[in-house]
Ligand binder design. Structure first.
Ligand code: NAD
Length: 252
């Protein structure tokens, strides 16, 4: 029970890694605020958690909407009185467009969710962490945030921004009992491709050039185990790092 009595907020927790993280955190004793775009989606994860004997509540929040994030943080405080752990997981793919084809609409959409959502949720949780003198932030970045062409220009730039934001937050608040780390998953079997409509043919062919080096795809639970380590006191000396979890893909 490595998260006994901790309160964790997980965004994008109706599916994939967010769902696996929410379930594992609850199994480790955390009270989990499960948030996603729909009550149906978030509620299904909560049902799984409660069936396993855990404690969780569902909150609808679009991380691209500041008002929703405000409601999410408030709902966490109303339900459980505090927040100890924030997992910024919600994210969408781009359409693999390289810079020559990228549209403002795609760029803005990806940045609103993948970057601004992370910034705003962290900003709103920060006063709670500062008052307690404790708090843990786990951002789900991507190997696309560390390397050049795992996706299109928008996603790649957005995940690089998450990496920078993770390091900045970690150092800025290192003396305040607050830690901020990120995970850079490789290929993981989730529903993320549902957010991928009509891929740019040239872009996807260039992005797929290195796929042959991927030893295997992971499962959401593989990432949840890393997210547990980063949220628990087992990692209390770990701050500002990006943990790559990709079966060795980028080690080539
Ligand atoms: P997923 O699509 O299975 O789950 C993502 C969840 O986020 C969904 O439930 C979706 O409804 C939710 N979501 C999307 N936009 C949202 C918004 N605006 N507000 C709130 N919730 C929103 O995908 P996943 O692969 O589990 O993605 C989780 C994270 O992992 C993302 O940040 C993604 O970029 C990152 N990632 C995924 C992979 C991969 O191979 N699957 C690799 C590296 C990084």
């Amino acid at each position: 029970m490595r998260l006994q009595d901790k309160v964790a907020v997980v965004t994008g927790a109706a599916s994939g890694m967010g769902k696996a993280i929410a379930i594992l955190y609850a199994q480790e004793g955390a009270k989990v605020v499960v948030s996603d775009l729909t009550l149906e989606g978030a509620g299904a994860t909560v049902s799984e958690i409660t069936a396993l004997g855990g404690t969780a509540t569902a909150v609808v929040a679009n991380v691209a909407n500041e008002g929703d994030i405000h409601k999410l943080i408030k709902a966490a405080l109303n339900s459980y009185g505090t927040i100890d752990i924030l997992v910024n997981n919600a994210g969408i793919m781009d359409d693999f467009s390289p810079i020559g084809d990228v549209t403002d609409d795609m760029w803005d959409r990806v940045f609103e969710v993948n970057v601004k959502g992370v910034m705003r949720a962290t900003r709103q949780a920060m006063p709670i962490f500062l008052e307690k003198g404790a708090g843990v932030i786990v951002n789900i970045a991507s190997i696309g945030g560390l390397y050049g062409s795992r996706a299109g220009a928008s996603y790649t730039a957005a995940k690089h921004a998450v990496v920078g934001l993770t390091k900045n937050t970690a150092f800025q608040y290192a003396g305040k009992g607050i830690r901020c780390n990120a995970i850079a998953p490789g290929g993981v079997n989730t529903n993320i491709t549902a957010s991928l409509k009509e891929p740019n043919e040239f872009g996807i062919s260039r992005a797929m050039a290195g796929v042959g080096f991927n030893p295997r795809n992971g499962e959401p639970e593989d990432i949840a185990k890393v997210a547990l380590f980063l949220a628990s006191d087992d990692s209390d000396f770990v701050n500002g790092i990006i943990v790559t979890a990709d079966a060795g893909w980028t080690a080539y």
